[in-house]
Design a protein around this ligand. Structure first.
Ligand code: GLP
Length: 238
């Protein structure tokens, strides 16, 4: 099935539209498993959800990825980001929120257990994704494999450069990450991909045709039967 494209006039409208899809699911299935993402793009959606008086008390969340190595208390860790932007603002039980452990002594074991956990939870009902300017999804960088579970990966120079804006120094950016693989992501029942800003125009363009290539990992999403791309006009028009 073709990807669906919803083009919003700006970031705010994109965030509201994405939040509504999550809110509808939470109302319909109060014990849903939400697949969550970090980055600047979903921040607005988390703001909307935090202000929406939704009941997260039986909701479970699994995040896409985490830097490695990084302490969960580091302000740049994805665990810290999630606590700050969503978990501390809604009534989710913190023990029902899962982010790969960036300080695990055995990262390979952590990845294996993360996939087992997702399976035990019954799979992801709705996964939100951002996208890297080079088309990466989670930390599935160009050249990633389609059939991959949660794994340890090396970040590309361009992703380290793009993400260094959050760190004091580019040398502080961890060079590795733990990320759900494309197989784990494609197992989600429904996927919403958020794309905002001119800097993402080329990545978005690669989704508008039928080509699937590991050079742009986001194109693997064309294999899924229920993907909605929600973008703003900046990303769409470039
Ligand atoms: C990081 C994350 C991705 C995210 C991407 C884009 O590399 N691992 O999950 O989609 O950045 O982030 P932003 O939304 O800040 O552009």
């Amino acid at each position: 099935m073709k990807m669906k494209f919803d083009i919003c006039k700006n970031y705010d409208e994109m965030s509201k539209h994405a939040a509504k899809i999550f809110a509808d699911l939470i109302k319909e299935k109060p014990n849903a498993v939400l697949g969550l993402a970090t980055g600047s793009t979903p921040e607005g959606m988390y703001d909307e959800l935090s202000g929406a008086e939704l009941d997260f008390s039986s909701i479970k969340t699994v995040n896409l990825d985490e830097y490695y190595p990084i302490s969960p208390y580091n302000e740049n860790s994805y665990r810290y980001f999630m606590n700050k932007h969503l978990f501390s603002r809604v009534n989710v039980k913190i023990e029902n929120t899962y982010v790969p452990n960036g300080s695990a002594a055995d990262p390979e074991k952590e990845c294996k257990e993360y996939d087992e956990l997702i399976e035990k939870l019954g799979g992801i009902d709705l996964q939100v994704l951002g996208i890297g300017p080079n088309g990466h999804i989670g930390f599935n960088e160009p050249g990633s494999e389609l059939f991959s579970n949660t794994h340890v990966t090396a970040l590309t120079e361009s992703t380290i450069a793009a993400n260094s804006r959050f760190f004091d120094n580019i040398s502080d950016v961890p060079t590795k990450a733990l990320t759900m693989g494309m197989s784990s992501i494609l197992s989600a029942k429904k996927i919403v991909l958020l794309i905002s800003g001119k800097v993402k125009h080329n990545a978005l363009k690669a989704l508008l045709n039928d080509k699937i290539t590991p050079n742009v990992p986001a194109t693997f999403l064309k294999l899924h039967r229920d993907v909605t791309v929600i973008c703003d006009t900046d990303a769409y028009n470039g």
